[in-house]
Design a protein around this ligand. Structure first.
Ligand code: HCB
Length: 225
């Protein structure tokens, strides 16, 4: 796909133009562009631009909301394409996803869920502003293998730890692996709060989820690599 199409996708997010974002996504699908390329090279860089402009005071909250709307429009076309592959695969594991308490950012988490589904995981998305107790209750109900906790604010990152604490209190910590992510989250932070892994983007989350499933199997059978 020509660079200028990726750049038009990026611009549609910065401009907060859902119609343009949607049309470009449709064109990409029709011309055989891999949906993940469109997301990673076109739309996500647009979100980063928006974040930077917001931080510099060149964009305001309504602009950021319009950009999120444009991203959603593009995803409404690309998401079903990404999911197609997952339906034919055996179940790789059960993952509970959610954005932590106090935080309503959801775009990245939804993308993680889509790619996990496309790679054979059964995903249950609890949405945004989710308490540790809610994560733990759903993990118990679905006998989850992994809990994935997203946080986009430096103020809500610490609530990722409360999810781990809630799993511990519910007596589930030994059977449920925890992966964390979100723009301000780092590997170091993941280690600090005792998470089992950190993923910087949706594809890394899939790789990590596979590794965590392997680890679970090794722990269950007592065989270690
Ligand atoms: Co929001 N916002 N926002 N925002 N927002 C950020 C996050 C800032 C960094 C912008 C900035 O200042 N530069 C900033 C946070 C600063 C900080 O804490 N240090 C910020 C702020 C301040 C705020 C408000 C406080 C603004 C206000 O009200 N004054 C407010 C907070 C509301 C709240 O949550 N309580 C707010 C609101 C909004 C919306 C509603 C307008 C909108 C969200 C809409 C929605 O999600 N439905 C929004 C948006 C869109 C953003 C930016 C621009 C983009 C976020 C995004 O979607 N990125 C963001 C700037 C930025 O992040 N650079 C800005 C694209 C996705 C694909 O990336 O990082 O979310 P991702 O996810 C990746 C990755 O992290 C990983 O995989 C994903 C896919 O590749 N991953 C995981 C994510 N979760 C994972 C979980 C796992 O287990 C594993 C991997």
């Amino acid at each position: 796909m020509p660079e200028d199409t990726f750049s038009a996708m990026r611009q549609s997010i910065v401009n907060g133009a859902p119609d343009v974002a949607l049309e470009l996504a449709q064109q990409a699908v029709h011309s055989g562009v891999a949906p993940l390329d469109a997301i990673n090279n076109g739309y996500v860089p647009g979100m980063h631009d928006v974040g930077e402009q917001f931080a510099r005071g060149q964009m305001y909250l309504p602009d950021m909301m319009a950009s999120a709307e444009a991203m959603r429009a593009a995803m409404s076309v690309l998401d079903p394409e990404l999911r197609k592959a997952g339906t034919e695969r055996p179940m790789a594991g059960t993952v509970i996803l959610g954005t932590t308490k106090g935080d309503i950012h959801e775009i990245g988490k939804i993308l993680v869920g889509t790619l996990l589904t496309a790679n054979g995981f059964r995903v249950h998305d609890l949405g945004v502003d989710v308490s540790g107790e809610k994560f733990a209750a759903k993990a118990r109900e679905l006998n989850a293998d992994i809990v994935g906790v997203s946080a986009l604010l430096t103020t809500t990152m610490r609530n990722q730890k409360t999810v781990i604490d809630a799993l511990q209190q519910a007596g589930l910590r030994s059977q449920v692996k925890v992966m964390v992510g979100g723009a301000p989250v780092t590997r170091r932070w993941a280690d600090e709060i005792g998470a089992d892994g950190y993923a910087k983007d949706a594809m890394s989350a899939v790789v990590l989820a596979r590794e965590l499933m392997q680890l679970k199997t090794q722990e269950a059978t007592g065989i270690h690599a």
